[in-house]
Every structure is written in C-alpha cells, then in structure tokens.
Design a protein around this ligand. Structure first.
Ligand SMILES: [Zn+2]
Length: 222
C-alpha cells in the first residue's frame, strides 16, 4: 500500500474477490438449479427431449432476473477493502491511501497522493459485468445439474415402478415436489404439476352469489 499507482492502490486483495465471486456463483447456481427443476416439472411430460430442455433453459435464464439485486455484492471486496478503510482514515485525519496523518495538507507527505477523501462507491459497469459473467457460468452449471437431477429422479421412479409391477405414482424430488409422476399398468410414464388441483370444467358452485363472482374451481373429487 506504501507504493504504486492509484490504480493499484484502489484494488481489493485478489483473495477477497475470489471469495465474493465464489459465494455469488454458489448462490446463483443453486437458484438456477431450482428454477430449472421447477420449469422441468411445470413443462410436464416424462424424460426431457431437446424441446423441453430448451424451454427449461430459457425459463431458468428468465428467472435469473431475480438475481440482479446481487449486483453490489460483486464489488463486495472493493467496498470492504478500499472504500470503507478510506472513509475511516478520512474521518481520523489520515491519508485515505496510506493512512499517514495528513495534518490538513492537500498532498500526503508519505505517499505523495492527494488527501481528498475517496469518492463513495457507486454502481458502475464493473460490478454489472462481473455479475453477468457469474450468472452465465451459474446458468450453465445450474441447468446441467438440474437436468441430471431430474433424469436421476425419473430413472429411480422407473426402477420403483418396475419393482411394484402395478400402476404407480409419487411426487418428483425436491425442489419440484409439487409435480407427480405416474405410470399406468401399460408402462406409460407421465408427469404433471399440481394434478390434485385440476379444473373440473362442468362444476359450478351451488350458491348463485358465488357463481356470479366467477367461482368455478375446486379440488378434483377422487
Ligand atoms: Zn498517503
């Protein structure tokens, strides 16, 4: 910190950046994995063909919009290792770059740089670029892991069905347990989200007031 240009001085330690990026990548991958698995269950059907996989990748990519609030965290290392120490030094009458007491001089006698307080952190293109790169990698990993997870679950289901040799049904694995996989006696595999809440089109409420309000839904009677 005692020598070097301003650009070097404003750089956070590489290790801190690595930890911040790794945390963002892990969080984003987990989110996109869950998004992919849910899209796969919502798309319905058993076993992902190319069209289903493309739809689910597009859905996960669209869901990544919910991760953009993480943008300031891509600059976590700069905020904690550059801006906060500089603010603390400025408050204590020290040079924001090297920490030497500047005694109200405009130029630091220790490092020769200006003793002006460092500009506050603002949202720039840098953290946006960083997060975009992290999200592309996380989308790739999340979708591959999601498809592998769904396929593993489906092949386990097929094994379970082969063992019982009868019509068989169970929920998909977490995080898509709102969908059910079914196999009939002919060995036709299907999967559907929320099958217990399918609409019965013929049914209408007995109460005319409810009918007027458009209530025409109820649990499928089974
Ligand atoms: Zn200095």
């Amino acid at each position: 910190m005692e020598s070097g240009t301003d650009a070097d001085d404003l750089r956070a330690p590489q290790g801190a950046n690595t930890v911040a990026f790794a945390a963002l990548f892990a969080l984003s991958s987990a989110f996109l994995f869950a998004a992919y698995c849910m899209a796969r269950a919502l798309a319905g059907g058993f076993g992902g063909d190319a069209g289903t996989i493309a739809t689910c990748v597009a859905s996960a990519a669209a869901a990544s919009i919910f991760l953009w609030w993480l943008v300031p965290f891509a600059d976590f290392a700069e905020i904690f290792w550059v801006h906060l120490p500089a603010d603390r030094r400025a408050r204590e009458g020290q040079c924001p770059h090297c920490g030497y007491p500047h005694e109200s001089r405009a130029t630091c006698t220790e490092c020769g740089r200006t003793t002006e307080p460092l500009a506050a952190w603002t949202l720039t293109a840098r953290p946006v670029r960083r997060l975009a790169r992290i999200l592309v990698a996380a989308l790739f990993v999340g979708c591959i892991a999601g498809e592998a997870w769904c396929r593993l679950d489906e092949s386990r289901f097929a094994d379970e069905h082969a063992a019982v040799r009868a019509p068989y049904s169970r929920a998909r694995a977490f995080p898509a347990s709102f969908a059910r996989m079914s196999a009939d006696e002919r060995g036709v595999f299907t999967s559907e989200a929320w099958p217990d809440f399918r609409r019965e089109r013929g049914w209408q409420p007995a109460d005319p007031a409810q009918r007027k309000r458009g209530w025409g839904w109820r649990d499928r009677a089974e």
